[in-house]
Design a protein. Sequence first.
Length: 323
Amino acid sequence: MSITETELFFRKNREKGKESFPVHIFKWLKVWLQAARMPSQLYIFLPLLLGQSMAFIQGSFSWKIFVLCHIYGLCVQLFIVFANDIADLETDTINRTHNVFSGGSRVLVNNFLSWKTLAWAACIFGLLCLIIGLLLGWIDNNWGPLFLIVTGLVLLWAYSFKPLRLSYRGGGEFLQMFGVGGLLPVIGYLAQHGSLSGISWPLIGLMLLLALTCAMSTSLPDEPSDRVSLKKSSTVLLGNLNNQRLILALNGVALLVLLLIPAGGLTSKEQFFIVMACFVLWISGMGFLGNQPGSRGLLVFIALNVSFSLLPMAGLSLVLFLR
């Protein structure tokens, strides 16, 4: 029978008597924080925020809805990271090139938590997502967010688990694109506005493109273990260097789109500064092209391109909310 990290902590406490109860609680919390992978909350928080900022400049905003949206964002992030740790356990076990962006939280690989414990946690947070969707529907008689929340949970199932398991069969990056770049900002907008009548679809298109390159970037470090596991990520299918080149090419397109599309509520000066910040990240990424999994250079390349993907969401949201 497997021993969870929590049980191990308390067993050591009884046997050795060297550490106090608060110390063990601290270690227990540290394990769950590791499992939660809180930096990945940015991938959820910013698209939800952007959707709400579009509703805000149209005069539709409620702090109650704002709080519920971001509680949902926290719950769906925890559901995703816990469920993916379970689904990718075999691949993560042989992964020797993981980093802060990929390779899972390592809590199952290192036996810090049991499979059953993490599965229960994933189920609880998935259920909380549905409850929040019901609350959003009940508050304003607006059931659209609930439908999209259910769709998001289905996409995660299709991404990670049988029978589809598209992260292994191919196309996982496109599911991430639709979930992060499409569903999340639309959920934020729809929850605040009540309909999609005034949403900026060109801006949603840009978010889809940015979410795709972000997903492609985070697949880069795992190429050796993904190839052994027959996981058809974009990096495995295209090769590491070609995938890096495609990421930069798509981000170049995103730069043009960001420069040309009407981002409602922004002045040309504000839009120019956001474009220039993204341009610096894009050019900087070219200097790290060709680095291999496990290298510091590849870590920098990924950090620059993930920042490129997130910066427009953060910049646009900030400017629109300060209107």
